[in-house]
Design a protein around this ligand. Structure first.
Ligand SMILES: [Zn+2]
Ligand SMILES: [Zn+2]
Length: 331
């Protein structure tokens, strides 16, 4: 089990080089790597992308307030966030929590790209660098969501965190050399264009402004908001002792976030395809994986009990967390 250290002590020890940086599956620190020395810089492309879609959202609301366009936006949001982001990008491409045929994996990852955050490699990197940071004994405020609400919103959606000395980052060859993923990575913003054409053909300009601009703005902002609240406080079934950043569950948001709200569980069992691991925790992303399994399109589904527990994983007692009875078992 890791040893809990207070932040100031760990910071000084890390600066003296006494606290080694741990590696993860894809992140390998070099001798000169520091997890805490870096700068938060405005990311022009990311910021203009967000403000462009926000401006398009204003156009949608003021000039094209139509229920059919809103319905198209909600449908496409559900498809891209649930099947694309949560199941395709996060649970499959990043964590390999189940197996799927390559054609299906590519479709799901493409849908995840349509969320508008990054291409497949960019998503893997953003996720894994944050995860790597959060596994060190000291985590700076950018990757830990440690700043206040508005500052963190600005940092996460409009800036990037540049380390002075980055660790090596290696994506597995099977993904890195995939020609489809390489194409989507190079053109991830332009991947909205075929969808925009389809929306225009189906419902005109109103469907384009709602189905692209409003959807992307809501998706980017919603993704940030879940990440912000899920790293600060809330319900916990487990803690990972010795780490400065913990994940928290956000009860009541299962249907809205397709299961990504069970982030405390995700910190406890990162490779589990099921995020809502306790009774009553609704997890639509996992329901989709079970449907795919029934159709013969998903197998080797990993659950919390499939892999050895994380080092330092400790059940939160019912005393400190009444909604989590200690005798409860995973189902
Ligand atoms: Zn997290
Ligand atoms: Zn993850």
């Amino acid at each position: 089990m890791g040893t809990a250290v207070s932040r100031p002590d760990a910071t000084r020890a890390h600066q003296r080089g006494e606290v080694p940086l741990v590696a993860t599956d894809r992140v390998f620190p070099r001798a000169e790597t520091s997890a805490i020395l870096g700068n938060i810089r405005w990311d022009a492309a990311k910021s203009i992308w967000w403000f462009g879609h926000a401006a398009g959202s204003v156009v949608a609301v003021t000039l094209f307030a139509r229920w059919d366009a809103v319905a198209a936006m909600i449908t496409l949001t559900a498809l891209t966030i649930c099947a694309g982001h949560s199941v395709g990008m996060h649970r499959l491409l990043i964590h390999r929590s189940f197996d799927a045929p390559l054609w299906l994996e590519r479709v799901l990852v493409w849908l995840g790209t349509l969320v508008g955050m990054a291409g497949p490699f960019g998503m893997i990197r953003a996720h894994d660098m944050r995860d790597w940071h959060q596994r060190q004994t000291v985590c700076p405020p950018h990757p830990s969501h440690g700043a206040g609400f508005w500052r963190d919103a600005w940092w996460q959606m409009h800036c990037r965190y540049d380390l002075d000395h980055e660790p090596d980052f290696v994506i597995e060859d099977r993904v890195a050399s995939d020609p489809f993923y390489r194409l989507v990575e190079r053109t991830w913003m332009a991947q909205q264009l075929p969808v925009a054409l389809l929306l225009y053909a189906l419902g005109g300009a109103a469907w384009v402004f709602w189905g692209i601009c409003v959807r992307v703005t809501l998706s980017l902002t919603g993704h940030w908001a879940v990440g912000y609240f899920a790293h600060r406080t809330g319900h916990q079934g487990w803690v990972v002792a010795g780490l400065p950043v913990q994940g928290y569950n956000l009860p009541g948001l299962g249907l809205l976030t397709f299961g990504e709200n069970w982030h405390g569980n995700h910190h406890a069992f990162p490779h589990s395809a099921r995020l809502g691991v306790e009774p009553g925790q609704r997890d639509p992303g996992f329901w989709l994986i079970r449907r795919l399994e029934a159709l013969g399109l998903a197998r080797s589904i990993r659950l919390p009990e499939s892999t050895p527990p994380r080092e330092g994983l400790t059940r939160v007692s019912a005393v400190s967390n009444p909604s989590c009875a200690p005798e409860r078992t995973l189902s």
